[in-house]
Every structure is written in structure tokens, then in C-alpha cells.
Design a protein around this ligand. Structure first.
Ligand code: ZN
Length: 486
């Protein structure tokens, strides 16, 4: 582009809100995870590790643009934000945009953020940004496919693009596409418009295998022809309880063939509904059923990995539920490992007792009724560590476990730690000296993100629908706002 250097604002205010989570979402929680304020050199390098945000900054600089690295705020999924916390972060974002006076705006939002008094934070953020910068400014956002889309979001943004993959490995590509479309809009080459269609309310479905993988591959086929600029299939986030909760297709097009854009949006929702209804049943099996299946697979020389998705903190659960641990103990299970239970107090007691100690320990079940009751057990402390790390979504050994202990209860090794975090990789266990190749059953608190790193060592991976705030049987949850599509 000739003329003055393009000035680009990149900002993020991102949270996956679980209406049923007992964990509050405080400013302290953002500070403990990621909170970069515009112009603060001390927090910038951490913010640049945040997917899509860091990618957008890097991309803009590589193109020779003047990039303003605005607010970047993210914290682990949890309950709705208190009104003052949300309004303060939103103000910081808006003030940053006003000060930057950009030519285009790239935002990294989630799509399932809720706050006290705001059931559609992304719609509110985008509408306020639009009010601030006027109708002509290209404003776009990249979203987590677990977001719930609203008309206010669509009407306020120039372009919205959801990630297509779960695990979310494609943020860099998606934010690149968003950047391109906003830049072309700025140059008056295109005037994007968006159609969307609401779809069914579904639980999380991975895109790395089966019919959903094929469906996602098909999405790319619509892009770049018939005036279609971008398509996204938002899976929605059913634990964010609002009137707009559910899946949705988004088709961004150039206006040349609006009927085709409509037809594409319809076709995507139909295809998604079909594929998701076929996949959901495999995710509904309870604890006893899943442990019985693990028993039948004992001939394997590699462990069966069981996913306790209902207690995945990556979806807002407490991460201290005891339903599967209790069942393993009652069955007298041997050669088992389970991680990670978020219980800083128990971790501290076991750490202070020291490796080799035999102590009575009360484990988990402390955050709320959806965690079940604590387990009281005689344990042997087998490892204590404060510098353990696991691999995150990027594959880098970057995620600290905090103060972590491994305790042995009969034939079950349990990891208890002080940073609430899902299991992404086997290092949660191996960093604590546990050899997973010697285990027959490994239980991980994660829904889907564990898959990539555990697949090579697992004989099988089974989804367990234990009780918990991310239980897949949505009829068990105390919804107040959700509207099921007719
Ligand atoms: Zn997600």
C-alpha cells in the first residue's frame, strides 16, 4: 500500500465463561494468567505468546505496518465476570484504541464471554468499538469456535472468523486471513458482509478424526469462490447459559452472490447438525461403564487413557472432582495414574510431609457440590516438585504445574498441584517420576486438548462423562436462559 504506513491496533479481551462454574473471575485471575496493558514493556513478551494476538502483532510487523499492541487479557475459563471487572477491562481496551488512532483493528475475542449484566460481552465490545471508531473503520475479530454468535456481533464487526480446528491449532492461519480481509477492506478492494445461521446446541467435538474432520476439510472448499471470502463453523459453548447459546455458521462474502452465501450458510449448519448428532453418543458413558471397558482391555501393553472432561478447567470446571478417583479406589484398581487435581492445600501438606512420608490426606472435592466429596486416604508421598512443566497447545514445554506432588493410594498414583490447569501432555506425570508405560489406566482432566500428546502412548482413549460442571448431559444442568432450536 502506498502512502503513509498503515497503523494497526491489535487487542484481546478473552474469556470462556461457564455459567455453572464455581470459580469466580477476578482481576487477580487475569493478572495471574495474562494481563498486558498497552505500553507496558514488562508484560508484552508474555502477551505475545497468546495465540492469535502474538501472531497478529508479528504479522503486522512483518508487513512493515506500525502495530500497536493493545490490551491483552485472558484467564482460565470460570464463572461470569463481575460487572466492575468487565467494565474496567473493556474501558482499557477502548481507551487504548482511542489513543492509538489506528487504520484498522484486529481483535482476539472468545465468543462465550459473559459478565454480570452482560450476556453477550463480545457483542457489547464490538458495538462499543464501532461507536468509537465510526462506520468506515475495518474492525475484525478472530473467535474460538466454542463461541456463541449474536446479531450484535455480526452487525458491529466488519469480519468475524472462528478457528476451524479443535484442538485449536489454527489460530495463526485464521488471524492471517482476518488481517488480509481487513487490509483489503481498508484499500476499498472489498466491502465484506456476513450471513449466519443458528444451529443445534452441542457439546465439544474434536476435529482431528472421523466425520467432523471431513466436515472441516469441506469448509475450506467454500472459500475463495462464488464471492465467498471466509466461512466459519462455530460449535458454540453450551455451558455459557444465554438465549443465544448454540452453534452457528458464518459466511463472509463480497456481496456479489448473496443467494449463494445464504445457501452455503444453510448447508454448513445442516452438515454440522448431522455430524454432531452422530458423534455425541460416544461422549455420554458414565464412570462405571468406562472403567469396565478399561478392564476388558487389560491385554494391552499400553495404558488406556480416560478423559474426565466434566472436570476440565479448560472449560471452567473446578478441577478438583473426585468421582473417578473414588471409583478407582473402591474397585481396588492397580497400575493407575490420575491427574491433575487442583488442591493447593493438599499439595502443600504433602510437600511439607516430604517424599517417603505416609500421611492421612484429604484430597479434592472442596470447591463445590459438582466436585463431589473429598477423598480421605492414607497416602505415600512419592514426589514433590515446584518447577515441573507440561507442553501447551503450541507443543512447547511452557506450562508450569506450580507446587505439585505425586501421592500413592494403593495402586493409584495421583498428581495434586497448585495451578488450576488441564492435562495437555504426559509431562504432568513424567515430570513427577511416574512412568506411564507401566500403567494400565491413566485418567486425565481434559476434554480434547490432551489427545495430541497422549495418542502415541495410549492403547485407547475413552471419554468419560463423570458428574461435574462440564457434564455432557445438558439436561442435568440448571439452565435459566438457554433456548433450544425448534
Ligand atoms: Zn475452545
Amino acid at each position: 500500500m502506498s502512502g503513509p504506513r498503515l497503523r494497526v491496533f491489535v487487542g484481546s479481551l478473552s474469556h470462556e465463561t461457564n455459567s455453572f462454574s464455581p470459580i469466580p473471575t477476578s482481576l487477580r485471575a487475569f493478572e495471574a494468567d495474562i494481563l498486558h496493558r498497552q505500553g507496558d514493556a514488562r508484560t508484552l513478551s508474555q502477551a505475545l505468546t497468546f495465540p492469535a494476538y502474538g501472531d497478529a502483532v508479528e504479522l503486522g510487523e512483518a508487513r512493515g505496518h506500525e502495530v500497536v499492541a493493545g490490551l491483552c487479557a485472558w484467564t482460565q475459563p470460570s464463572g461470569p465476570l463481575p460487572r466492575p471487572v468487565y467494565e474496567r477491562l473493556r474501558s482499557e481496551l477502548l481507551e487504548g484504541i482511542a489513543a492509538a488512532r489506528p487504520d484498522l483493528i484486529v481483535l482476539v475475542l472468545h465468543g462465550a464471554m459473559m459478565a454480570e449484566g452482560y450476556d453477550d460481552c463480545e457483542g457489547d465490545i464490538l458495538a462499543q468499538v464501532r461507536d468509537l471508531v465510526g462506520a468506515d473503520m475495518p474492525v475484525g475479530a478472530v473467535l474460538d469456535l466454542h463461541g456463541n454468535v449474536t446479531a450484535q456481533m455480526i452487525d458491529s464487526a466488519t469480519v468475524l472468523i472462528g478457528c476451524k480446528q479443535y484442538p485449536h491449532t489454527d489460530y495463526r492461519d485464521r488471524v492471517g486471513e482476518l488481517y488480509d480481509l481487513l487490509e483489503r477492506t481498508r484499500r476499498d478492494e472489498i466491502a465484506p458482509r456476513t450471513v449466519y445461521r443458528r444451529g443445534p446446541v452441542v457439546g465439544p467435538i474434536g476435529t482431528t478424526e472421523g466425520p467432523m474432520q471431513t466436515f472441516v476439510e469441506g469448509l475450506f472448499g467454500h472459500e475463495g469462490r462464488d464471492g465467498v471470502l471466509s466461512v466459519s463453523m462455530m460449535h458454540g459453548f453450551p455451558w455459557s447459559d444465554s438465549t443465544h447459546t448454540g452453534s452457528a455458521s458464518l459466511v463472509v462474502h463480497d456481496g456479489s452472490q448473496p443467494d449463494l452465501a445464504d445457501a452455503t450458510a444453510d448447508e454448513m449448519v445442516r452438515g454440522f447438525a448431522e455430524v454432531s448428532s452422530g458423534t455425541a453418543a460416544g461422549r455420554m458413558r458414565g464412570v462405571e461403564d468406562v472403567l469396565a471397558e478399561a478392564d476388558q482391555q487389560l491385554a494391552n501393553d499400553r495404558p488406556i487413557v480416560i478423559a474426565d472432561g466434566a472436570d476440565n478447567p479448560g472449560g471452567g470446571a473446578a478441577c478438583d472432582s473426585t468421582f473417578i478417583l473414588r471409583a478407582l479406589i473402591e474397585r481396588g484398581q492397580t497400575d493407575a495414574a490420575l491427574g491433575m487435581i487442583w488442591d493447593p492445600q493438599a499439595a502443600l501438606i504433602a510437600a511439607d510431609a516430604g517424599v517417603g512420608a505416609h500421611i492421612p490426606l484429604r484430597i479434592g472435592g472442596k470447591i463445590g457440590p459438582m466436585s463431589g466429596l473429598p477423598v480421605d486416604a492414607e497416602v505415600e508421598v512419592i514426589a514433590v516438585r515446584e518447577d515441573g512443566l507440561q507442553r501447551g497447545l503450541t507443543g512447547k514445554l511452557s506450562e508450569p504445574l506450580g507446587l505439585a506432588v505425586a501421592v500413592r493410594i494403593g495402586g493409584i498414583d495421583v498428581i495434586i498441584n497448585s495451578i488450576r490447569q488441564q492435562v495437555f501432555s504426559p509431562e504432568c506425570f513424567t515430570a513427577m517420576g511416574i512412568d506411564l508405560s507401566e500403567k494400565r489406566v491413566v485418567v486425565v482432566k481434559s476434554t480434547q486438548h490432551f489427545q495430541a500428546a497422549f495418542a502415541p502412548m495410549a492403547a485407547a482413549m475413552i471419554y468419560c462423562n463423570a458428574p461435574g460442571s462440564l457434564n455432557m448431559d445438558l439436561s442435568t444442568l440448571p439452565y435459566r436462559n438457554l433456548i433450544l432450536p425448534a
